[in-house]
Design a protein around this ligand. Structure first.
Ligand code: GDP
Length: 453
């Protein structure tokens, strides 16, 4: 296999810049453009050692550098790896990269180092997928979840589930194939139990992922309510609470803006916040249909009401729209005399908080309501957590296959029919961990990686 090279540090100036090589010739190529001050050739360096010296090209020295050597199979990729750590100037890094490419290395594709780690059995696909989650984590809970998956917690869980199904399927096959032999007939009850238990484990993983998503990926949130109820003020409270707007991206159209704010561990992606700044007239002109569309597309709704004025039909139609959604009702302006009790709102939206958006101390009550609504309360992020939508789909498909297996068994269908469904579940589980993933799936996973990882 070719020897690949890439700049592994960001494409920007920094203290240190690293050009990484992986492949059979990684150490030989690094040795051709690096001279250690000690005089020791790179080829004679042991794994896990470093040398201080100079990196140079055909025109002369480029920079001072430290060369790190890892020898196969004890490296990230499982291959020989050399890392040239230079000053983190873009020009320097590009020059060093060009030099190693001129000496026979080829440019690494996105995620190619990790892809090689996967192909060399250093990690499975579920673990590989969590590498980018570790890099992308924006809080300690998200980081814990990604680290746990990277260390193999999801893979272990899936292997255990698959193992129980393999044992069950083997029993079925043996009994069906050799009916005359003295193989005990597979107990329907025991088999059903195995299927139900496997399905339960997978469903628990799916629920944990859905609940954890607000932390690991952020939750698409809209703030809705009549004009003047305090939506902008609430937005300011949220932004002020986190003290950092993580992103503030102007969208492709003038009035679509997304801001991400963090409340505790929860990331709220507040879409279309520009809409909050429209004048009263405009909001009324746009009307309920837009609100409806926005609410439908959101994962979470913050429905805001003004407690100092009686509820109106508009408020009631908002409550109606929120009925089947994950929603927190924010009854605002608690510093003013109340014009209604919250009973009607609470009847429609179980998670209701009474706040004054002008009072920063109300943020904690809001955070608690969000955690309760999203199910992140008490969620242990150091436990196994699926690393993304691909893994989620595999788990969901496996559950669907197990449901079929269960139905087949309960309706007294042939052993073959049950076995086909168990096989289908196993295929999904093996796709999840990469044991049986197609080339296409593997490509899809690594396409999302950055170059150099
Ligand atoms: P929006 O139209 O829903 O975005 O409402 P705004 O956030 O612009 O607020 C409308 C008016 O209500 C402004 O004058 C705010 O200062 C005021 N307001 C917002 N929240 C509170 C609150 O908790 N208490 C009081 N007394 N006034 C508030």
């Amino acid at each position: 296999m070719s020897t690949i090279a890439a700049i592994s540090t960001p494409n920007a100036a920094g203290g240190i810049g690293i050009v990484r090589l992986s492949g059979e010739d990684a150490i030989a190529i690094a040795g051709e453009c690096f001279r250690a001050h000690s005089g020791k050739p790179a080829e004679e360096m042991k794994g896990y050692t470093a040398a201080y010296g100079e990196v140079f090209d055909s025109e002369g020295p480029i920079d001072e550098a430290v060369l790190l050597i890892y020898r196969a199979p004890k490296s990230y990729t499982g291959e020989n790896v050399a890392e040239l750590c230079c000053h983190g100037g873009l020009f320097i890094m590009q020059k060093v990269l060009r030099t190693v490419l001129s000496l026979g290395a080829v440019p690494a594709g996105a995620g190619e180092f990790t892809r090689r780690a996967f192909l060399n059995g250093k990690m499975d696909l579920a673990q590989a997928e969590s590498v980018m989650n570790v890099i992308a984590a924006q809080g300690s809970a998200a980081l814990n979840a990604a680290r746990s998956t990277l260390q193999g917690s999801v893979s272990k869980k899936i292997e255990a589930v698959a193992g129980s199904l393999v044992t069950a399927a083997a029993g079925l096959a043996a009994w069906a194939d050799y009916p005359d032999e003295d193989i005990p007939e597979v107990e329907n009850g025991a088999l059903l139990q195995t299927i139900v238990a496997a399905k339960g484990e997978l469903e628990a993983l799916i629920t944990r992922y859905d609940n954890g998503k607000a932390v690991t990926q952020g939750v698409n949130t809209v703030i809705c309510g009549k004009p003047n109820v305090g939506k902008s003020t609430l937005m300011n409270l949220l932004s002020g609470y986190s003290r950092s707007i993580v992103t503030s991206v102007a969208g492709t159209t003038r009035d679509v803006v997304e801001e991400t704010v963090r409340m505790g561990d929860i990331l709220l992606r507040l879409a279309d916040t520009a809409g909050l700044h429209e004048t009263e007239d405009e909001v009324e002109r746009i009307g309920v249909s837009i609100a409806k569309e926005r609410i439908e597309n959101a994962d979470l709704v913050l429905a805001v009401f003004d407690s100092s004025r009686p509820l109106t039909d508009e408020d009631r139609s908002l409550l109606e729209l929120c009925k089947d959604k994950r929603c927190v009702a924010v009854v605002n302006k608690s510093d003013l005399p109340a014009a209604f009790t919250t009973a009607e709102i609470e009847a429609a939206v179980p998670h209701t908080v009474v706040v004054s958006a002008k009072d920063p101390s109300c943020a904690d009550a809001l955070r608690a309501a969000l955690e309760a609504t999203l199910g992140t309360e008490g969620l242990d992020f150091s436990q196994e957590m699926l690393a993304g939508e691909r893994q989620l789909n595999c788990a969901k498909n496996a559950v669907a296959c197990l449901e079929e297996a269960k139905a087949a068994l309960e309706s007294g269908m042939t052993v073959d029919a049950v076995n086909v469904s168990i096989d289908c579940a196993l295929n999904e589980l093996y796709a999840l961990t990469g044991q049986k993933a197609t080339e296409e799936t593997v490509n899809e996973v690594f396409r999302k990686f950055c170059v150099g990882k």
